[in-house]
Design a protein. Structure first.
Length: 633
């Protein structure tokens, strides 16, 4: 037994220190951005809206004081605002600071995003009259703030696990050792609409007393399998908790569960705001409850009583207390009913610390996209449950860690990876993929999955054109004398790299491929295209250039341009990847994180075109293998 294993507590204390480093690094980055980064750059990166127009303010159904905002700026820019994120209001003055940027004055309170839909945002603000200053100010904007709460919640979860006795302590010791996980034994159930490995996975979930892992490589139907496992678990348990790292992943799984006819209660607001998604949020259901009208009038009475308090009113406190008691009683009743009816409670990992879940316990926790979550975040909901099912793929996107030192010391190692290493027997690898042409899939399967993934017969030979080669690499280092132009540039400190010639070439290659297919067929069959670049600056530049292209106008709705993270969990008929890096030193920066590349190359159903400088890229063994593989097709 190594000492790591002998003491989970030491390992978790070490992790707490690393999280502390990450916290400090992120806080420092935020301070720098706030003090030094120009407003335009913040807006461009999607971290600020400026200017905004203030809309109406009111109390929402959760009794939070909220205000509506409308973005006046460039609506093309994708922003990073979503439910639960902390934000700051600011005004921009015309006098300049030492860096030559307009001076920004921040208002002294933090607000929280409640809801974002396109260019409209609803923000919950402290109810103490400070909003009036913002409403009367000129040239107001809003920017993301440092997320103190998430860190506090993670630290709290680690402290709890370190001290834990009972079930939580048992799971901690189990996950950190090679001790066998406990299982029930019963004959396997059959699920006619699942394939064999999916069926195995569901059976393994049902048999697990402690833990099971569904490892789903790209296109293997991980969500389908997970939904089935949840459905079957609900035949045995009254209610389960379903979590994921991001709001988007929670939305995705919730939507699939709702389609399966399951009553889901979503804590928090969805990222894609439509009626279907909103209808199962806690907030909407709360408002729709028959007792809500009464509660609303009591809350209104409380506010009026406070506002018009008379001097020397002896009965003021009695009246106030009575009203507050009635309100609390009603809230508890509505809450109990909503939670009583729901079969699935769905929220982000950090969201599972919500006061709405106070005192709730569940038999089973399902964590989707578990390989994208920091271990500390996974412990937040684990304290409420007696067994844990993780689903994800640790060969795809890792959790984001900003501090290089913390990453190197192991903060990026997820709970899922840890359990996969310690307990291979609880893992089921889904082996049949339904997305990609065999040749696109084969490279990923060889490199990442020990050659264990196979293609379903119906997709094996899928292609757009007869005799088409499913994967090609356009090597920019071999192009005629212009080759000097194919060099990366650096735009602004943290805005990243860009390779304009390669961007132009990417669009040209797509245009030529479209000509081969023919307009009528593209539109009839709605062939869709994803253009991926690991660098945000390149993505923005590509979007910008694509807008100007006449030939692309009819296909606007079929082409999306985004980063690798932006395409997480999605697929397209045709994928183009612009790698950007081109230099004499063979520097490839964060393209060394091969899991990102695995995501990029496995988004394509029928055609994958990689554009990049092979002389720069192939100094790395992975890209060398990839290049040789593509050349040999």
């Amino acid at each position: 037994m190594g000492n790591q294993q002998s003491s989970p507590v030491l390992a978790l204390q070490q992790q707490r220190l690393l999280l502390q480093m990450e916290y400090a690094a992120e806080k420092e980055t935020f301070r720098k951005q706030t003090e030094e980064m120009g407003l335009q750059r913040k807006v461009k990166r999607g971290d600020a809206w400026w200017p905004v127009k203030m809309g109406k303010s009111y109390y929402n159904s959760l009794n939070q004081f909220v205000v509506e905002l409308h973005r006046q700026g460039d609506e093309e820019i994708e922003h990073n605002f979503e439910f639960g994120k902390p934000v700051l209001f600011f005004t921009s003055q015309s006098n300049r600071n030492p860096q030559g940027n307009p001076t920004i004055h921040y208002f002294p309170f933090t607000a929280t995003v409640s809801y974002v839909d396109g260019d409209r945002m609803v923000v919950a603000v402290p109810d103490n009259g400070q909003l009036i200053d913002v409403q009367s100010a000129e040239s107001v904007g809003i920017q993301l703030s440092f997320d103190e709460t998430s860190y506090r919640t993670m630290f709290d979860a680690l402290d709890r696990v370190i001290k834990a006795k009972g079930r939580l302590g048992y799971l901690r010791d189990l996950f950190y050792s090679h001790q066998q996980a406990e299982t029930f034994s019963f004959a396997p159930l059959r699920f006619p609409y699942l394939n064999r490995t999916q069926e195995d996975a569901v059976n393994k979930v049902l048999r697990a007393k402690d833990v099971a892992i569904v490892h789903g490589p790209p296109g293997t139907g991980k969500t389908t399998t997970l939904v089935e496992a949840i459905y079957e678990t609900l035949r045995r348990e009254n209610q389960v908790l379903v979590c994921a790292q991001s709001n988007m992943a929670v939305d995705w799984i919730s939507e699939k569960l709702v389609d399966r006819g399951i009553n889901v209660l979503r804590i928090g607001n969805p990222t894609r705001v439509n009626d279907k998604m909103l209808s199962f949020t806690y907030e909407r259901r709360f408002e729709a409850h028959p007792d809500y009208e009464l509660l609303w009038s009591i809350r209104k009475a409380i506010r009026e009583l406070r506002a018009h308090r008379k001097r020397g009113d002896e009965k003021y406190h009695q009246k106030l207390e009575r009203l507050k008691e009635r309100a609390t009683e009603l809230e508890i009743r509505i809450n109990a009913q909503l939670f009583g009816e729901a079969r699935v409670i769905a929220c982000t990992l950090v969201g599972s610390a919500s006061r709405l879940l106070e005192g709730q316990k569940f038999g089973t926790l399902f964590i989707d996209e578990a390989a994208q979550a920091l271990e500390a975040a996974c412990w937040i909901p684990i304290r409420r449950v007696s067994r844990v099912i993780l689903a994800g793929d640790h060969c795809q996107l890792p959790p984001t860690v900003k501090s290089f030192a913390a990453l190197k010391a192991g903060l990026g190692k997820t709970l899922m990876e840890r359990i996969v290493e310690n307990k291979p027997e609880v893992v089921t690898l889904l082996r049949m993929q339904y997305r990609m042409n065999e040749e696109i899939m084969r490279f990923s399967s060889d490199w990442f999955y020990g050659n264990q993934v196979e293609s379903a017969p119906e997709v094996k030979y899928r292609s757009i054109l007869d005799l088409d080669i499913p994967m090609t690499w356009v090597d920019t280092s071999k192009l005629p004398p212009h080759s000097l132009m194919f060099k990366e540039e650096f735009v602004g400190e943290s805005f990243g790299r860009i390779n304009k010639a390669e961007a132009e070439l990417t669009l040209m290659v797509l245009e030529n491929y479209f000509k081969k297919i023919g307009k009528e067929r593209i539109l009839d069959e709605r062939l869709d295209v994803g253009i991926i670049s690991p660098y945000r600056a390149q993505v923005q530049y590509l979007r910008h250039q694509l807008k100007k292209k006449e030939w692309a106008k009819p296909y606007r709705h079929l082409i999306s341009v985004n980063t690798v993270d932006g395409f997480q969990g999605q697929e397209r008929d045709i994928i183009l990847i612009s790698l950007v890096r081109a230099n004499d030193e063979g520097q490839i920066g964060f393209l060394r994180d091969l899991r990102r590349m695995n995501v990029a190359i496995t988004r394509a159903r029928m055609k994958l075109i990689i554009l990049g400088d092979a002389s720069t890229m192939t100094r790395h063994p992975f890209y060398k293998r990839l290049y040789e593989y593509v050349e040999a097709l």
